[in-house]
Design a protein around this ligand. Structure first.
Ligand SMILES: [Zn+2]
Ligand SMILES: [Zn+2]
Length: 349
């Protein structure tokens, strides 16, 4: 089968805006064989996530190279292990970031399998969807509701599900004003969900890119601006989806006493300790402000978000690339400023 392989991590030079080498290479690799509890899925669409930049630039290096990235997969079941449950050949399913968890630890038993010490990630610990076929445990796949299109649904499996988890951690039902810092794939889905399911909550969007700010207004943001601008009122909660540390501090300055700052990022690009030291107790945390990171997703998050999406016909705005053009897709994401989500179309019907 065809796959885009990461042979070794590359470095990114911000001054030239280029990588030290082309990250991924098109290759022919053996077709994966599902184990008894797995299914094999013929990939139709695989979303491109900022986490893939963390993987290929070495902030989150895959433990085994060469690696096949990609963890927002929609495709059809193509082969079944003997204990793969009730799935049928031809069923359309999704595969998300959570590839597996142990099922036996206190976190798994307590509905927090995202924190399981044996948490394994799709496209990192196990081969992902930048390939024509991928295997996954049957119990870690999700039927895609019939009304949802594959391309606009793939980003729901990470960007959407982790956005949904962020909203849960923000205790969304208690909010009047929610801030979103960064307006990429996850935030544009969160905003759409807010407009559909919590229309009374005002959403404030902070984004560097002017096109993204006007896109946020189109999707119903109450206010848009850059992080150098300050809305007239403090916010109840802010969700940060940027890859940098500075916006976390700026967000903490913009929440009310008792407010929540939710950081939805697997790694922050800044490793500059000076920046970390800027966290000032009085300014950023005093008066019971909370700073919470979002780690991974649970299957329940993915299922719940797919269900909400099906109820209101929610989908990502997507830019499509061919599998072979994965390097272009990643470069486009690296430049940011794109409207919505980026996906790879792997196989068409
Ligand atoms: Zn992701
Ligand atoms: Zn566990």
């Amino acid at each position: 089968m065809k796959a885009m392989l990461l042979d070794r991590c590359v470095s990114f030079d911000p001054s030239s805006g280029t990588w030290s080498d082309t990250p991924l290479r098109l290759a022919d690799v053996p077709l994966p064989i599902p184990s008894s509890e797995q299914v094999r899925v013929r990939t139709e669409i695989c979303g491109v996530c900022h986490t893939e930049l963390d993987e290929l630039e070495g902030r989150l290096p895959p433990p085994h190279l060469p690696a096949i990235l990609g963890h927002q997969i929609v495709g059809t079941v193509d082969a079944l292990g003997v204990r793969a449950g009730s799935l049928q050949l031809g069923d359309r399913v999704g595969i998300a970031w959570i590839h597996s968890a142990c099922g036996a630890c206190a976190y798994c038993a307590g509905d927090r399998e995202n924190l399981c010490p044996e948490f394994a990630a799709t496209g990192l610990d196990a081969p992902g969807g930048y390939a024509e076929y991928v295997t996954a445990p049957a119990s870690f796949t999700y039927p895609i509701p019939p009304g949802l299109e594959s391309a606009t649904t793939a980003p729901l499996l990470c960007a959407g599900a982790i956005g949904y988890r962020s909203l849960r951690l923000a205790e969304v039902a208690n909010l009047d004003r929610l801030g979103l810092i960064g307006f990429g794939a996850s935030a544009h889905l969160v905003l759409q969900l807010m407009r559909q399911h919590f229309p009374k909550i005002e959403v404030f969007v902070f984004a560097r890119d002017a096109d993204q700010r006007s896109f946020a207004l189109e999707l119903g943001a109450a206010w848009v601006g850059t992080l150098d601008e300050t809305p007239a009122t403090l916010l109840d909660a802010v969700i940060d989806t940027t890859p940098a540390w500075g916006p976390v501090l700026r967000g903490l300055e913009r929440i009310k006493p008792g407010g929540r700052m939710i950081v939805n990022a697997i790694r922050k690009e800044s490793t500059d300790r000076e920046q970390l030291l800027e966290l000032d107790y009085a300014r950023h945390l005093w008066k019971e402000k909370q700073l919470i990171s979002v780690a991974n997703v649970t299957r329940a998050d993915v299922r719940a978000f797919l269900e909400l999406a099906a109820q209101c016909g929610l989908g990502a705005h997507v830019e499509e690339f061919a599998l072979e053009d994965a390097n272009l897709a990643l470069a486009s994401l690296r430049r940011s400023g794109s409207k919505g989500a980026t996906v790879l179309r792997v196989l068409s019907d």
